[in-house]
Design a protein around this ligand. Structure first.
Ligand code: SF4
Length: 753
């Protein structure tokens, strides 16, 4: 079905999508922007965006669609344009992802562009310590002069960058190529280290490539849905809506220490002791093996190392698993039986697993269950990692950080040659090894090996674990450059130089969503003041740095997309068959793989239908390890365990955007709060709404008490969106993915001041 070229009230919509409560008013046909860079001049030029429509009072002149810029769901939003300005939006009804739905963040996407604290001009810190407006020439000259001076004095590796999963894939590729091939940087990472690194490593090791196998249709096809460490209701509300559309009355098993909104709607809630999920998953595997509830054929034909795994889980008998998890034995048996009885079982995980000290092995314990029960490659099945940010998937393939552009290996000479040929650059410009991961970059700053840092569209002074230490580290830099939409982020306030960037809706490119679907972000609004698309900033820096020649083919996002297609050729993510942005738009998004030779045009596609994985022998691997103690357990001095997570569907990460919408602000508590069990509250003489003091070894914050049985006695919960939370968290990391373990640390809670 061609999704975007239909009118909102076309017959196709009526048959394929849930009916809106009130039929939409008649809208003009959705038209597409001219292809090519959507510059401000083009946007404002009459005749573009397929104009020529009759302006009518209270009707948009045209409606075009664009992918949402918050979470990885990748909802399509119809942008209503009047007098060449985006004036409203509505969720696209005939898009295979969201089917006419959007969460509050998506609905408010345009509002947050109009904020007073948008960065509208470059800012440079003057001698008296104030950020002063400057022009772009001065900004680019300062950037280049100071970064080069640091490199000359302390070596090439003394500057680094921190990128993001929030910008289009083409911009990520440009940033990664510019820094590593043009500026000679070795070290660069992104905030995707904070959310998806664990899933990446888990998949690479188990499947041979970072490949989430599912399509959202699987939410509707399963008869058993297992959610581990995922509060889908509020973290991915539209995915949860897809679960609600499932016609099979599925069993929904939620594994989570808290009674989350998702757990409340589950048919089975395994309220495990925090960080005991590996033991539970191994215990379930042991029961499945013991009862012969496994798919021996699938295991034999498509996997390796099952016998070793089978031996490993023998240690996880019911007594042990019940003691470790705090679950009754009958409940553990019931979960195993439900999985065994399921015809189409899908396993899903997100940050509760990824942000753990043993996240990779926990994710693989989930993958093992899907493999051993043959729940792979069929509708309603899969070992499915749900991504966080709107373009974390783009970052995983094209940020040029944890792998060479397109999923290649920096250390592999053939891979470097292929990439160099496609980009038409000298092979020697490509580093032969990986740069440092995020936490090592921070350590590098502390040890003075790294002295210059370029932060793009992320806010480490708020979001990095153990915030007090993170801010101390950032303050030690010789030169901190922050490129952002807003000049008021905690990190921008620390910067020596602020580069004003266009936001979502003010530039173009592609995002790849959680189910590997490409969709197009369009420019529907001019960026304020002198703010530029990140793409244009990278172009400018390349020219001032003196390496602009390397990027002569990088003329527009779509030109980069064409190179990315070539880079993807013969990789598992091959999307060489996608012609251009218009083809993506007209198809309702396109999932990879989509090779030129055999493009599969079905709208919902899953991987591994043939049971062939990406390792050389085409088999998946069982991977396992014994659980270790959590890095910081409660103690006499800090007797409670702090859990963290998303607070509401109206908040996004450090709230640099969502706090700018009055509508969204009404939907979440203004001030930070802590969820505490009433029994603990009584013991500590805490009344509902009291101010309490929460201390950890790293910090002390005052927050409001919210009494709830959603957390068990001895545990408390704080939402990640408030600055206070990371003042408490403990910096520990998964040994394989180097992802921070945000989810558990020891705290003390006291009433009053
Ligand atoms: Fe945007 Fe995610 Fe909300 Fe969809 S669910 S509207 S992609 S934030």
């Amino acid at each position: 079905m061609s999704a975007d070229l239909q009118t909102e009230n076309s017959p196709e919509n009526e048959s394929d999508s849930p009916k809106p409560k009130k039929p939409p008013r008649e809208l003009p046909q959705i038209l597409h922007a001219k292809q090519g860079p959507l510059t401000r001049e083009l946007l404002l030029e009459p005749g573009n965006f397929g104009l020529g429509l009759m302006p009518a009072k209270n009707k948009p002149d045209l409606v075009t669609s664009s992918v949402c810029g918050y979470c990885s769901t990748g909802c399509s939003l119809n942008i209503h344009i009047k007098d060449q300005e985006a004036v409203a939006l509505t969720p696209t009804t005939n898009y295979p992802v969201n089917m006419g739905m959007a969460c509050p963040k998506g609905w408010e996407s345009l509002t947050v562009l109009k904020s007073d604290d948008r960065a509208t001009t470059p800012l440079l810190r003057n001698e008296s310590g104030k950020l002063q407006p400057i022009d772009w020439h001065t900004a680019a000259t300062t950037f280049t002069t100071r970064m080069k001076a640091i490199q000359e004095k302390y070596g090439k590796e003394s500057i680094a960058f921190l990128g993001t999963g929030q910008i289009p894939t083409e911009e990520m590729a440009f940033l990664g190529a510019l820094t590593k091939f043009g500026m000679g940087m070795l070290h660069g990472d992104g905030n995707t280290r904070q959310c998806m690194a664990t899933a990446v490593v888990a998949y690479k090791q188990a499947f041979g490539f970072d490949a989430p196998p599912y399509t959202y249709d699987d939410f509707e096809q399963s008869d058993v849905i297992v959610l581990v460490g995922s509060n889908l209701c509020i973290a991915h509300p539209i995915m949860w809506e897809r679960v609600m559309r499932n016609p099979n009355s599925p069993e929904i098993i939620v594994v989570d220490p808290r009674m989350t909104e998702t757990a409340m709607s589950a048919t089975q809630h395994a309220a495990i002791e925090p960080k005991s999920d590996m033991a539970l998953l191994y215990g379930i595997a042991r029961i499945l093996i013991e009862e012969d509830w496994v798919d021996q054929d699938y295991i034999k034909q498509h996997t390796n190392d099952f016998a070793e795994f089978s031996d490993h889980v023998q240690d996880y008998d019911l007594d042990r698993v019940s003691a470790d998890t705090g679950l009754p034995k009958e409940q553990i048996e019931q979960i195993a039986k439900t999985i065994a009885d399921g015809k189409r079982v899908s396993f899903w995980w997100t940050m509760g697993v990824n942000q753990s000290h043993q996240g990779v092995r926990t994710a693989q314990a989930i993958i093992n269950l899907a493999l051993m029960t043959g729940n792979m490659g069929k509708p309603g099945t899969g070992a499915n990692s749900i991504t966080g940010q709107c373009n974390a998937m783009g970052s995983r393939l094209f940020s040029n950080t944890t792998n060479l552009l397109g999923g290649y290996d920096f250390a592999n000479a053939e891979d470097r040659k292929k990439v160099a040929e496609i980009l038409e650059i000298d092979e020697s410009l490509i580093p032969e090894k990986l740069g440092l991961p995020y936490h090592k970059i921070m350590e590098g700053i502390l040890s003075k090996k790294i002295r210059g840092l370029w932060v793009i569209c992320t806010n480490p002074a708020h979001s990095w674990i153990n915030q007090g230490q993170a801010r101390d580290i950032l303050s030690r830099l010789d030169f901190l450059v922050v490129q952002d939409m807003y000049h008021t982020t905690e990190t921008a306030k620390m910067a020596d130089l602020v580069l004003p960037a266009a936001g979502w809706g003010e530039k173009e490119g592609t995002f790849i969503n959680s189910e590997r679907r490409f969709s197009v972000l369009k420019k529907v609004s001019p960026a304020p003041g002198q703010a530029l698309a990140d793409f244009s900033i990278f172009r400018l820096i390349a020219d001032y740095w003196g390496c602009g020649n390397l990027f002569k083919k990088w003329t527009s996002p779509e030109a980069v997309f064409q190179m990315m297609k070539q880079l993807s050729k013969d990789q598992p993510c091959d999307f060489s068959g996608i012609e251009d942005y218009q083809a993506i738009d007209q198809s309702g998004g396109i999932q990879w793989p989509y090779p030129a030779e055999s493009p599969n045009t079905e709208q919902q596609r899953r991987l591994f239908e043939d049971g062939k994985y990406y390792h050389a022998d085409q088999r998946a691997k069982f991977l396992f390890e014994d659980p270790t103690d959590m890095p910081e357990k409660p103690s006499e001095k800090y007797p409670m365990l702090l859990l963290t997570g998303r607070g509401s569907a109206s908040q996004w990460h450090t709230q640099t955007r969502t706090s700018k919408s009055a509508v969204l602000r009404k939907l979440y508590p203004k001030r930070p709060y802590i969820e505490i069990n009433p029994m603990d509250a009584r013991r500590l003489s805490i009344q509902p709404g009291d101010k309490v003091v929460v201390r950890s070894q790293r910090g002390r914050v005052r927050v409001k008490a919210f009494l709830t049985q959603a957390v068990k006695p001895g545990q408390v919960f704080m939402s990640m969106h408030y600055e206070a939370t990371n003042q408490l968290t403990h910096a520990s990391f998964d040994p394989y993915s180097k992802q921070p373990s945000y989810k558990a640390c020891a705290v003390r809670v006291d009433a009053g001041v």
